[in-house]
Design a binder for this molecule. Structure first.
Ligand SMILES: [Zn+2]
Length: 512
């Protein structure tokens, strides 16, 4: 080889390696507000009927997403099939015969069931009254109490100390144990963890509200409670009851705080009525070229809440049309890299999940029942749920922001990497307001990333906060701030790119 041609070769190698460095930015620049807008105007149009899980609108949504991956040329994660079937069921009002001391009690009038547990006869089991049903550091009704296999009765609310402070919080502020829907799920989960067979929560106020709501739904011809078929069988039987049933079960329950055995004779004959429905996640992926068995999952939910009783469509442009089109643009940028010979080191999975609005069902099915790629090889999950709008409650005047939730919870490296990437490229104000452990909104638990986080997979949840059009008919594509949607999408892409291409797998230093 001549010296000059050697120089040319060296020069060529230098140029091409420089090109790789520049390319990341160039790749990010293929994500444009115009393309995001074009897709979102279709995806969040009335034609998609609010994309309610199991309804025709959701089928249109999955077909739209599939067609985009076909156009871009990214293969499905399952051979020859972009769809991962997620078997769900609609839970109708169960048939229940409920007697205490041989006196019959009526569904809707005295109690309702709030569970997807299977048909069962609950009789003759020991019944235990467990105070408020709280299992917390500062106050624990289950201490020295064995409720395994038993029916547990608890009351609503939480205790105060002599100074009038709540014992759990130590302040005048209530805790999750008496905070509406959160109190219901906290008490149910506590009883389930303790191994109880059934929980009866006596709370007249909550019972009144929920029974009226479900009764109205039934009168309108349906129930939109959905659940995963696979997971029902380990659900706990759970009843929300009013005062009358409460008094018959545990006389003077109101003034009792200590646990005791209930002497009342109880019989519950419970028949679950469930109708199966079909639903699906859409999953595409790019195989890594150096570490193909390590996976970075980028997710957003494809469903929304359908149509209201007047036939008005909930378009869900922000929730979560914005996340859906963002992933497609991110996928396209990765594909562009692959076309230029820069396939990412690790595999990248584009996961569009169903049933988020019905209780994170599609992501739960993916993580708990059928992970297409092993969870232990899943390096991180970047989840996008609403990134196209501005939170009107936010005080800062800088509109170029995004809320990050969860980035530091499991991996310090992930948090630092996310900060560094943003500093280098996108320069968005990263707002951690909702990352606080004590955030009463509990957003960390409320979107699909949580199903990954609970498996110790590091996550970042990208979110713009709520607004007046949240879960309202005003969540339309004309109200999206497309320049912000573009910036935020670029940030997710660049972060994913770094995670997929860095030398070492992200360390999980704070596993729970
Ligand atoms: Zn959402």
């Amino acid at each position: 080889m001549k010296k000059t041609s050697l120089y040319i070769l060296v020069l060529f190698i230098l140029i091409s390696s420089c090109k790789t460095q520049i390319a990341v930015n160039e790749l990010a620049n293929t994500i444009t507000s115009d393309e995001l807008k074009e897709m979102l105007y279709v995806y969040a149009s009335d034609e998609y009927e609010g994309r309610e899980t199991g309804k025709p609108g959701q089928k249109k949504a999955v077909e739209f997403i599939k067609s985009k991956y076909e156009e871009i040329g990214i293969p499905p994660a399952i051979e020859n099939n972009y769809f991962q079937d997620v078997p769900l069921q609609i839970l109708k009002t169960p048939k229940v015969e409920f007697t205490v001391n041989n006196e019959g009690f009526e569904y809707f009038d005295h109690y309702i069931s709030y569970s997807s547990a299977p048909s069962q006869i609950l009789q003759g089991s020991q019944v235990i009254f467990a105070g408020y049903g709280i299992d917390d550091e500062n106050y624990n009704d289950y201490e020295n109490l064995d409720v395994k296999g038993k029916i547990v009765v608890v009351k609503g609310g939480e205790p105060k100390d002599k100074a009038g402070n709540f014992i759990v919080t130590g302040t005048k502020e209530i805790s999750k144990w008496s905070n509406g829907r959160q109190a219901i799920s906290s008490k149910r989960d506590a009883a389930k963890i303790q191994g109880a067979k059934a929980l009866i929560l006596i709370d007249s106020q909550m019972f009144g509200r929920y029974s009226a709501y479900f009764k109205r739904q039934v009168e309108r011809g349906g129930s939109n409670r959905l659940s995963l078929i696979e997971q029902n069988n380990d659900d706990i039987h759970f009843f929300l009851a009013g005062k009358e049933l409460g008094k018959q079960l545990v006389p003077e329950y109101d003034s009792k705080n200590k646990a005791e055995t209930v002497n009342s004779k109880i019989s519950i004959i419970y028949e679950r009525i469930a109708v199966p429905i079909a639903s699906e996640n859409v999953v595409a992926y790019i195989k890594g070229n150096e570490k193909p068995d390590e996976y970075v999952v980028i997710s957003a939910h494809l469903d929304h809440i359908g149509v209201n009783n007047d036939g008005e469509v909930y378009n869900g442009a922000d929730d979560d049309g914005s996340g859906t089109v963002a992933i497609i643009e991110i996928a396209e940028a990765f594909k562009e890299a692959t076309n230029k010979g820069q396939t990412p080191k690790r595999s990248v999975v584009f996961l569009h999940v169903t049933g988020e609005e019905k209780g994170l069902l599609g992501s739960r099915y993916y993580t708990d029942t059928n992970p297409i790629f092993p969870l232990e090889n899943t390096v991180a999950n970047l989840n996008i749920d609403m990134i196209g709008r501005i939170d009107p409650k936010r005080e800062s005047t800088n509109r170029n922001y995004v809320y990050l939730i969860g980035s530091d919870k499991l991996s310090t490296e992930l948090h630092n990497l996310s900060e560094a990437i943003n500093k280098k490229y996108t320069k968005i104000e990263l707002d951690y307001t909702y990352n606080d452990e004590n955030d009463p909104n509990r957003y960390y638990y409320r979107s699909d990333h949580y199903n990954f986080a609970k498996n110790n997979i590091p996550v970042i949840f990208y979110f713009n906060g709520t607004h007046d059009d949240y879960h309202a008919i005003g969540d339309t594509p004309d109200k999206i701030e497309y320049d912000l949607l573009e910036n935020r999408t670029k940030l997710v892409f660049l972060t994913a790119w770094e995670i997929a291409n860095r030398k070492e797998r992200l360390k999980v230093d704070k596993a729970k």
